[in-house]
Design a protein around this ligand. Structure first.
Ligand code: NAP
Ligand code: MG
Length: 407
């Protein structure tokens, strides 16, 4: 069979540890034999980031800006322990944070649903995609301990020197105080990205906050979402038969637990942080969660939501047989190639991207072959536990059969 041709390169961001090993295997087994891969490769392993003093991370994000689609493997985020382990020159910022700030993007997380592995919430039939605002609020707050009675005020001094003061609290005893902020521009681009994403997958969009309590701060979020919707999206949403709705966060949570899923839920920063872990667990496994970073101008960076799976890696290095789930990594390549095909009007590439995913799902659903994490929770009879490498090989067999049948 002739390999599928590409017109525009895809940006590949390689990573660390067990994820890196499986990442390269997915590429070698499920992509390169079938696609005449055109790519710009960036090694974001911790060693390579250290060699370039992290310039390579910024370069990979700039390449994504240029070409529009990237696929990223999980990477180590440096901390004190890692600085020692790899003798790093610095404690580098998280690559994801660097990439996110260059692309000004929003992260959308969607679970991978498989027949035979049911979510803990019985009503969920379709995935709920969670979009988390990634700027400000408590993540950029200025906090203070109040250790004696006194008055705390918000003071805003504008550039022209005018001053506005507002009482936060008249402390009669010790306590704590926090000052947080957000930017209209950031909220606007979050709203726009969420609306674009909902349109691109043809699902309804829900945005939640707590504007009954936070009548100014959260209200501003709500108003900006409404304005962006009315000014830029209402016609396209109507034409696509999808809706935008605002909802109180408590309402949104109870709705999520009762609904069949199949929508995009946009959340403020903290809500998204908390809800995404709950979703990942409730849908079955961290290894079954995909993630895509989308910028307001339509650039896409696909990745797995899990980390480098370090515990498995150290066991693997000792020669132990480990069963690490490559599903989210497979979905990353699949989603990236599919999007590249879509943007380039390259139908063969777009279709092939989707096929990789289908092949992997069929291995579980039809052959009951899966990694150990899934075997623990599946309802399928007699699951056969394999290693990540074996799972990828099985997926390749399926893929070859599907391609042969399509000839
Ligand atoms: P992790 O790599 O997600 O792994 C945590 C645990 O979750 C694993 O030990 C394993 O549990 C389970 N798990 C995760 N992915 C799995 C998979 N594909 N198959 C089977 N089980 C899987 O998180 P971590 O150990 O906290 O972090 C390790 C490194 O990853 C850190 O250096 C962190 O900075 C980095 N990280 C990177 C990203 C990213 O690049 N997007 C995200 C998160 C963390 P069992 O051991 O119980 O089997
Ligand atoms: Mg979190």
């Amino acid at each position: 069979m002739e390999k599928i041709k590409m017109t525009t390169p895809i940006v590949e961001m390689d990573g660390d540890e067990m994820a890196r090993i499986l990442w390269q295997e997915v590429k070698a087994q499920l992509v390169e034999p079938f696609v005449d891969l055109k790519e710009e490769y960036y090694d974001l392993s911790i060693v390579s980031r250290d060699d370039s003093e992290d310039q390579i991370t910024a370069d990979s994000a700039l390449a994504t800006k240029k070409y529009g689609v990237a696929v990223k493997c999980a990477t180590i985020t440096a901390n004190v322990e890692r600085v020692k382990e790899f003798n790093l020159k610095k404690m580098y910022k998280s690559p994801n944070a660097t990439i996110r700030s260059i692309l000004d993007g929003t992260v959308f997380r969607t679970p991978i649903l498989v027949d035979g592995i049911s979510p803990l919430v019985k009503s969920w039939k379709e995935p709920i995609t969670l979009a988390r605002h990634a700027y400000g609020d408590i993540y950029r707050a200025s906090e203070m301990v109040i250790d004696r009675p006194g008055r705390v005020e918000l003071v805003y001094t504008s550039e022209d020197g005018t001053e506005v003061r507002q009482l936060v609290h008249e402390f009669k005893e010790s306590g704590i105080v926090s000052g947080m902020h957000n930017l209209d521009r950031s909220i606007e681009s979050f709203a726009r990205t969420c609306m674009q994403y909902a349109l691109s997958i043809g699902q309804n969009l829900l945005f939640s906050s707590k504007d009954t309590i936070s009548k100014v701060y959260d209200r501003q979020f709500r108003d900006i979402f409404k304005r962006v919707y009315l000014d830029e999206f209402i016609e396209r949403f109507t034409a696509a038969g999808i809706s935008y709705e605002y909802c109180l966060i408590d309402d949104a949570v109870s709705r999520a637990m009762k609904s069949p899923g199949g929508y995009v839920w946009a959340t403020q920063n903290y809500d998204g942080d908390v809800m995404s872990d709950m979703f990942a667990t409730a849908y079955g496994s961290n290894a079954m969660m995909t993630s895509v970073l989308v910028s307001p101008d339509g650039k896409y960076e696909y990745e797995a939501a899990h980390g480098t799976v370090r515990r498995h890696y150290y066991r693997y290095l000792q020669g132990e047989v480990v069963s690490t789930n490559p599903m989210a990594l497979i979905f990353t390549w699949s989603g990236g190639l599919e999007k590249r095909g879509e943007l380039d009007g390259n139908e063969a590439l777009r279709r092939f991207g989707g096929m990789i995913r289908t092949a992997a799902l069929q291995v579980i659903e039809e052959e009951h072959i899966m990694t150990a994490d899934l075997a623990k929770i599946t309802a399928l009879p007699d699951p056969q536990v394999v290693t990540g490498h074996q799972f990828i090989a099985k997926t390749r067999n399926r893929l070859e059969q599907m391609l042969a049948a399509a000839e």
